[in-house]
Design a protein around this ligand. Structure first.
Ligand code: GLN
Length: 495
């Protein structure tokens, strides 16, 4: 096919509006590319080719009927992390437990993007129930990093990240409980937005740790992120933690100058545990922002060093309770041949869950048990408050906090599988944001040893428009977000 096919949401939307190509042609092009490249990456658990072509046809029909009244995103493809429920299409959560599970309804995020005319290409791979930082704990095998297929794509939204980075989708939904949008964004060279807790509906998002889970997205630029985020965000009466605050016009605010922006930096985030290549790239990115008129000053997050232990007490506690619903009776995998209810529970859960999920359920159940609750869960709750207070004070002095998203670039597949602590440390700079319910974005900021580096920008509650604005101005001044993995060209000139 010779249809010129741009790879950004903005350019696809513009081309569709001008009639340069049809949604059907775009969908076909992406499906062909998935077929050619995904066997090397394993970014998708399920490709929904028929649905994509049908939705594309509907978008083309709508455009013929309504002309310029058609929504901006109509006909633009999207991939969904396989933790968002999709009616009629399996939602596996990367687990044997749900390998054949078909939800009876769509997640609000899926429903909203479809209502705006977006075309679903498929469901992307993830760590089992989003527990992990490498997408290696998936029942469906690991996802590989398009920049180096011997390395991880990050996690838990590694499938969404690899898909967008390799041009198998222009944008993908994702979720972030402790870093799962931003860490894979950093490792795959993407723009990943983790919204404020409650900004995007969790309805139909399979729960991992409910007081942390938040839906967001992975895109190639802040502009693309703004376009799609505007369609995802907003109050949903079906999620009791959903915020009623009005949704900003993220797109309109992209262009605002950032002169006078106050950036805070946390000294410890530039210490010896950080890869020198990562540190150099992030320092250069912050200088670039200074060049655009921002001022930089130190801020203190005094309890940052207890973020990981606090998170790994609370998130497993919540997961142990959330995952109790998978009992072999109500949902998912049921072990055959059990002769008692107890045996059915034990065998279904033993066979249905993988190692990391079991580790979390055990740790979480322990932390919640009688006699230990105060010492572990209760204490972690108090520490969570201290961490949130640190951010509150910092945001009295600065508008955003800037630092590295991750201490290292993408690590080799298998490297951290036997060392859960090393795996958990991949999120050392991201979990604080979830503990405090804030919003943050990871922005491509350079390469270290040929691998992408992410600049992490954190802002106060509901300041997504500001984050996208800073990210966009940075992307106008630099072109790291345009860098493409070597694999990009192996299936032709892009999608
Ligand atoms: N890596 C973290 C964990 O394993 C965060 C995962 C996530 O954000 N879903 O819990």
């Amino acid at each position: 096919m010779t249809v010129p096919c741009p790879d950004s949401v903005a350019a696809i939307a513009a081309g569709l509006a001008r009639g340069e190509f049809s949604a059907g042609e775009i969908a076909r092009r992406y499906l062909d590319r998935i077929e050619a490249l995904d066997p090397r990456l394993n970014a998708f658990v399920t490709v929904t080719a028929e649905i994509a072509l049908e939705e594309a046809r509907r978008a083309d029909d709508a455009r013929r009927r309504k002309g310029s009244a058609t929504g901006l995103l109509a006909g633009v493809p999207v991939a969904h992390k396989d933790i968002f429920c999709t009616r009629g299409v399996r939602t596996t959560c990367g687990s044997r437990m749900l390998a054949e599970h078909v939800a009876a309804y769509d997640a609000t995020v899926v429903e909203r993007l479809r209502a705006d005319g977006m075309v679903m290409l498929g469901k992307t791979n993830l760590d089992e129930f989003a527990m992990g930082s490498s997408t290696e704990s998936s029942h469906f095998g690991p996802t590989r990093n398009p920049w180096d297929p011997g390395r991880v794509a990050g996690g838990s939204s590694g499938g969404s990240a690899a898909a967008v980075a390799a041009g198998l989708a222009p944008v993908a939904t994702a979720t972030d409980t402790g870093g799962s949008i931003r860490q894979p964004a950093a490792l795959c060279g993407l723009t990943g937005l983790k919204p404020t807790y409650g900004r995007v509906s969790r309805h139909g998002l399979v729960a991992f740790a409910s007081s942390f889970d938040q839906a967001g997205l992975l895109a190639r630029s802040a502009e693309d992120a703004a376009l799609v985020f505007g369609a995802m965000a907003g109050f949903d009466e079906r999620d009791s933690t959903s915020l009623e605050a009005p949704v900003d016009d993220y797109r309109r605010r992209l262009e605002a100058p950032i002169a006078g922006l106050r950036i805070g930096v946390v000294e410890e985030q530039f210490g010896s545990g950080v890869d020198p290549g990562v540190r150099d790239a992030v320092e250069a990115a912050i200088r670039e922002l200074e060049g655009l008129g921002a001022t930089v000053r130190p801020v203190e997050l005094a309890h940052a060093d207890i973020g990981i232990p606090t998170y790994y007490m609370l998130a497993p506690a919540e997961c142990s309770s959330n995952l109790s619903r998978f009992d072999g009776v109500r949902y998912g995998y049921r072990a055959p041949g059990a002769s008692s209810v107890e045996e059915l529970y034990v065998r279904s859960r033993t066979e249905g869950f993988g190692v990391e999920v079991k580790r979390r359920i055990l740790a979480g159940t322990y932390a919640l048990s009688k006699g230990y609750y105060d010492a572990y869960y209760g204490k972690a709750q108090r520490l969570r408050r201290l961490i949130a207070d640190d951010y509150r004070r910092a945001f009295e002095e600065v508008d955003v906090i800037a630092g590295p998203t991750t201490p290292t670039p993408a690590f080799p597949l298998g490297d951290r599988l036997d060392d859960p602590i090393a795996m958990y440390l991949a999120d050392v700079f991201t979990v604080g944001v979830n503990l405090a319910g804030l919003c943050a974005v990871s922005v491509p900021a350079g390469l270290a040893g040929g691998l992408p580096v992410g600049l992490h920008l954190t802002a106060n509650h509901l300041e997504e428009a500001r984050l996208l604005n800073v990210a966009h101005r940075f992307q106008q001044a630099t072109d790291w977000h345009l860098a493409r993995p070597p694999l990009w060209k192996t299936a032709g000139e892009g999608p």
